[in-house]
Design a protein around this ligand. Structure first.
Ligand SMILES: [Zn+2]
Length: 276
C-alpha cells in the first residue's frame, strides 16, 4: 500500500513540475515591451472610422510600434509611418482630406538606437496589416523574418504590385500563431479591416496580458460602439474579429491597447520606459 502511495506521489510531483507556459525553463518568455512613437497626426473627419458618428469633427491620431524583448530574441510589432516623413517639414498630407495628416516627431531608427538595439538584432517581426502607417519601415529590417497572413501577403497592391519586397524572408500564416512556442506572444488572425489583418496577444510577467489591436479597432469610442470604418475590406469579418478580441480579453484577463488612440497613448509609458 505504501509503495502505491509513493508511486502516486512521484507521478503527482512529475505532473505538477510541468509548467504549460514554458516547459523548458518555467520562466516567462517575454521580458519587456517598449511602446515606440511611430507617428502623430490629425484626422480631417473622424466619421470616416465610425460612419454617422462625429461627422466633420477632426481628431488627433497617434501611431505606435511595439518592441518586445523575448528570451529568444527581439520581436517588432508594426513599423509605423515611414521614417522619411520625419524629414518633411510640413508632414505627409493625405490624398483624402478626411484621412490623417501624419508627422513623424522621432524616427523608429533613432528610438531603437536610443535602446542600443541594432536593426540586425531584430530577428522577427510582424505587421498588423499593409496600410502605409504600419508598413512604412519594414525594409529597415531586411533580414528579419516577417510574419504575415497569407491573405494579406497575396492581396494585390496598387497597380497589382506586391505589398512586400519579394526577397524579404516571410512566414505566411493562415490563422493564429504562437510565435515563440511558449504562449507568450500570439498573433491573432483578425481580418476585416484588410483581408489578412492580425492583432497580437502578449503575456507580460508583471503587467499581465495585453492585446495590441492593430487597426481591428481605431479608438476607444469606435470599440465601445462597434463602429466599422466605411472603407474596411469586410464589415462582417470586422465585427467577428472584434468579437474574437472581446472573447480573448475576457479569457486572458487582458487589456486592449488601441494603436491609434491618442488619449490611451497619453497614459502609456513610452520608450525608453518599458512594461515588464
Ligand atoms: Zn492604421
Amino acid at each position: 500500500m505504501s509503495r502505491v502511495c509513493g508511486l502516486v506521489a512521484i507521478v503527482l510531483a512529475l505532473v505538477l513540475s510541468v509548467d504549460p507556459g514554458d516547459a523548458q525553463s518555467g520562466k516567462p518568455g517575454v521580458e519587456k515591451l517598449y511602446v515606440l512613437n511611430c507617428g502623430e497626426g490629425v484626422a480631417g473627419d473622424i466619421s470616416r472610422w465610425s460612419p454617422g458618428v462625429n461627422e466633420g469633427k477632426s481628431m488627433d491620431f497617434v501611431d505606435n510600434c511595439y518592441l518586445i524583448k523575448h528570451a529568444q530574441g527581439w520581436f517588432l510589432w508594426d513599423t509605423g509611418i515611414s521614417d522619411a516623413v520625419a524629414a518633411m517639414p510640413n508632414g505627409l498630407a493625405p490624398a483624402d482630406p478626411k484621412a490623417v495628416f501624419w508627422r513623424r516627431p522621432k524616427t523608429l531608427a533613432a528610438q531603437l538606437d536610443q535602446l542600443g538595439v541594432a536593426a540586425a538584432d531584430i530577428k522577427a517581426m510582424a505587421v498588423s496589416h499593409t496600410h502605409p502607417d504600419h508598413v512604412g519601415n519594414v525594409e529597415l529590417f531586411p533580414t528579419a523574418m516577417l510574419y504575415v497572413q497569407k491573405a494579406e501577403y497575396e492581396w494585390p497592391g496598387a497597380n497589382n504590385e506586391p505589398r512586400f519586397k519579394p526577397g524579404h524572408p516571410v512566414t505566411k500564416l493562415e490563422g493564429d500563431r504562437d510565435v515563440f512556442g511558449d504562449g507568450s506572444v500570439t498573433i491573432l488572425s483578425t481580418p476585416g479591416h484588410t483581408p489578412g489583418h492580425q492583432s497580437l496577444l502578449v503575456k507580460l510577467p508583471n503587467t499581465g496580458a495585453v492585446v495590441l489591436s492593430g487597426d481591428a479597432v481605431h479608438f476607444k469610442s469606435n470599440w465601445d460602439n462597434r463602429g466599422v470604418p466605411a472603407n474596411n475590406f469586410n464589415k462582417e469579418q470586422t465585427l467577428a474579429s472584434m468579437q474574437k478580441i472581446s472573447e480573448t480579453l475576457a479569457k486572458e484577463k487582458a487589456q486592449l491597447w488601441i494603436n491609434h488612440d491618442k488619449a490611451q497613448r497619453d497614459d502609456l509609458k513610452m520608450s525608453p520606459e518599458f512594461y515588464d
